[in-house]
Design a protein around this ligand. Sequence first.
Ligand code: GTP
Ligand code: GTP
Length: 436
Amino acid sequence: MAKPVVAIVGRPNVGKSTIFNRIVGERISIVEDIPGVTRDRIYSSAEWLTHDFNIIDTGGIDIGDEPFLEQIRQQAEIAIEEADVIVFLVNGREGVTSADEEVAKILYKAKKPVVLGVNKIDNPEMRDQIYDFYALGFGEPFPISGSHGLGLGDLLDEAAKHFPKHGGNEYADDVIKFSLIGRPNVGKSSLVNAILGEDRVIVSNVAGTTRDAIDSQLTYNGEKYVIIDTAGMRKKGKVYETTEKYSVLRALRAIERSDVVLVVIDGEEGIIEQDKRIAGYAHEAGRAVVIVVNKWDAVEKDEKTMKAFETNIREHFLFLDYAPIVFLSAKTKKRIHTLIPMINTASENHALRVETSILNDVIMDAVAMNPTPTDKGKRLRIYFATQVAVKPPTFVIFVNDPELMHFSYERFLENRIRDAFGFEGTPIKIFSRERK
Ligand SMILES: Nc1nc2c(ncn2[C@@H]2O[C@H](COP(=O)(O)OP(=O)(O)OP(=O)(O)O)[C@@H](O)[C@H]2O)c(=O)[nH]1
Ligand SMILES: Nc1nc2c(ncn2[C@@H]2O[C@H](COP(=O)(O)OP(=O)(O)OP(=O)(O)O)[C@@H](O)[C@H]2O)c(=O)[nH]1
């Protein structure tokens, strides 16, 4: 599901990060041991009343050593490219500056709705200062205060009025959406071409004529698939494509629109830190994951090489222990045909719903085998478990006291659930809730 995207734009120091953090709230949390998104702090999901959306802090996108105005220009262009609605932020304490006017000029040309937020209006007495900003030509300015959390509701209401009406489902429910992510040069584009070039694959469209038609649709064995955002990889040459955080942003959006994410690793070069971060994004987003080791043709190998590489992957990607690994070559096409069946398995498991009675049998058997932990003389009691969601499968376990559910025991239960139901290729989530 594609959520609407809001981007915050404005010259430095107007309070973009402050507003971003306010809107995102506690949702930005650092998850231990999983390298990922949260540390980049430029892109996050957010909620406002009934609206779910994603928000980008363009100020966090590092453009490099370009002159000041060039940086603002590039950030604004990224916002125009990526967002459905732009929040143009100015500083209510300084009046309209020439840099604000520069931003405005770029935004005039964009055919995207713009909502003007006048920040640092920390108290009602300062409200009169917003009138100057009508001169920017974006209609009513909304007074807000990032530091005090004032006025954000009205601003977001206005933004939400411009959210696309049918942004919800881009493709029919039975279409399997997948994407390929990985650092530059691992062979993502080559893999896409190899998949599209497969014998039994029927391609229904590749990179249409409009800017938005960037996904490849295909059919294989009567099943429909979409490869998400492949043109994002092809569309090179633009200056900002080279900035790392911007490519991260693109990867995050592709992940979000996918059911299954193929994490591509260069078999020739091996695993580096950046691979782990990229894989962390997919895991955090709760998508099904397949690990693809490409360029296996270029690896000098004997009968132990694959096993050793696999062990190495497992050590580096502890959090992805559920993800199957495939060794292949986009160049020679070796084992390319195994990819789509793996995507199918991962996607089925991602959407799998298990029967409550069987789930509870599994949990009770687990408890009988390995008694629940105690803390200060108090024992964890498990009453009942139920699956509350799919994509990814999510379970709630009702217990006497959630504090007693230690990580290691939860992990044990997860493993028992996996032994019973499979769930290969998908993360699963388990929450403990108190029940008196
Ligand atoms: N008084 C007041 N100060 C604010 C408000 N919002 C942000 N600030 C301050 O303004 C300064 C800049 O805020 P940031 O959020 O870093 O601004 P930014 O636009 O993200 O800046 P860049 O990252 O340089 O683009 C900080 O010192 C904030 O504390 C506000 O509502 N009122
Ligand atoms: N030996 C070998 N080389 C490969 C294979 N797949 C891709 N390459 C080469 O690796 C290089 C990068 O491939 P691309 O498909 O452009 O990689 P990418 O991940 O799409 O790169 P970016 O678009 O920069 O992110 C090219 O020179 C390819 O020819 C493979 O299976 N084996």
